[in-house]
Design a protein around this ligand. Structure first.
Ligand SMILES: [Fe+2]
Length: 346
């Protein structure tokens, strides 16, 4: 997919609707009223490609699993590699944007090491400052965005990203992979043994569809550090089904200070009425210094370790969470999602 040069933007994540995208979206919008064939291509479903063996296990995934894979937590040291922005949309088979689709991205670090570890905890060889995995829940426009690094190469594969997309109403992800239109060179500068043309995964995709997975990356205007960007739409063959009652949503809840573990700061107890099977996450309210809602890790007891970002209730009734972060204005946002929904970070 070729992307026209774009003007400099103050926000690195914001990529404007360019002329080509405009025409393409027009084609998609009118596809339902025209003869199939020519325009049907505009909404051809994204080829489904193997998930591969390195989707991270629960133990591997960092608490910080947002859509910025370059910076882990609040660290000053960023992941090694070429900073890379990917934006796009999740569309259904009719070309309509899909809201509440969970988009997951995972890939190797600059050296070709995944976060994945068959043992407990993340792979020690993986760049300690690289998140390795991120999620994004789409809004009404279906758009998603990620900041990550150029994926590293490992033996047997050309350069690639792994994607998982879960539509509302589905309990399993659809997986695909995207590559780079390039001759891949290893870190030593030598041409890599496996290129797009002889890669054993991309080779399984019919040639006519393969181009939709091999992206052109262009320099991000106005940056001096070699950042690149690409756009990619994921077109699902499934129809999303939004749950009706009680759908996902959020509650605004005040926190009550309680004693934490011996020798530590107090914690804040947040109690909500919970439903069995629903998944809950806690967000801190925005401040002047930080306008975004921030996912807060929590414990299920006043003195237990703060070790999770989400919890699926097993029974109906009052449920308490314990966080360490004081809410600037005294309240928290508790998001909840319906049973079976693959959960991410809004
Ligand atoms: Fe892979």
């Amino acid at each position: 997919m070729k992307t026209s040069p774009k003007p400099a933007e103050p926000q690195a994540f914001h990529i404007p609707c360019d002329r080509r995208r405009f025409f393409r979206s027009m084609a998609i919008a009118s596809a339902g009223f025209t003869l199939p064939g020519f325009l049907a291509e505009a909404v051809a479903a994204t080829p489904i490609v193997t998930q591969g063996p390195y989707y991270p296990l629960a133990d591997d995934i960092p608490l910080d699993k947002d859509n910025d894979l370059v910076q882990l937590d609040d660290r000053l040291t960023l992941a090694n590699g070429v900073v890379t922005h990917i934006t796009g949309r999740v569309l259904d088979a009719n070309g309509n944007p899909v809201r509440n689709a969970l988009v997951e991205l995972w890939h190797a670090d600059r050296e070709g090491d995944y976060l994945y570890s068959a043992g407990s905890g993340r792979n020690a060889a993986c760049d300690a400052n690289f998140a390795g995995f991120g999620q994004f829940l789409t809004g009404s426009t279906g758009r998603f965005r990620f900041r990550t690094i150029k994926a590293g190469l490992y033996v047997g594969r050309t350069r690639h990203y792994h994607w998982g997309v879960t539509l509302p109403g589905r309990t399993t992800r659809s997986t695909s992979q995207t590559g780079w239109n390039e001759v891949a060179y290893g870190l030593t500068g030598a041409a890599w043994g496996t290129q797009n043309s002889n890669d054993n995964v991309f080779s399984t995709v019919p040639a006519a569809q393969r181009a939709s997975l091999l992206l052109d990356f262009t320099a991000v205007p106005g940056t001096t550090t070699g950042e690149v960007q690409a756009e990619w739409d994921f077109v699902s063959g499934f129809t999303p089904t939004e749950p009706t009652y009680p759908g996902g949503g959020s509650l605004t809840v005040a926190g009550t200070p309680v004693a934490g573990p011996v020798g530590s700061d107090p914690r804040y107890r947040i109690t909500v009425p919970a439903y069995a099977g629903y998944t809950y996450e806690i967000y801190g309210n925005p401040t002047l210094a930080d306008l975004g809602w921030r996912a807060l890790p929590f414990s299920l007891s006043a003195t237990g370790s703060i070790d999770r970002h989400k919890h699926t209730a097993t029974a109906e009734g009052a449920l308490s969470f314990f966080v360490e972060d004081a809410a600037e204005r005294g309240f928290y946002q508790v998001s909840y999602r319906v049973p079976g929904a693959n959960t991410g970070t809004p």
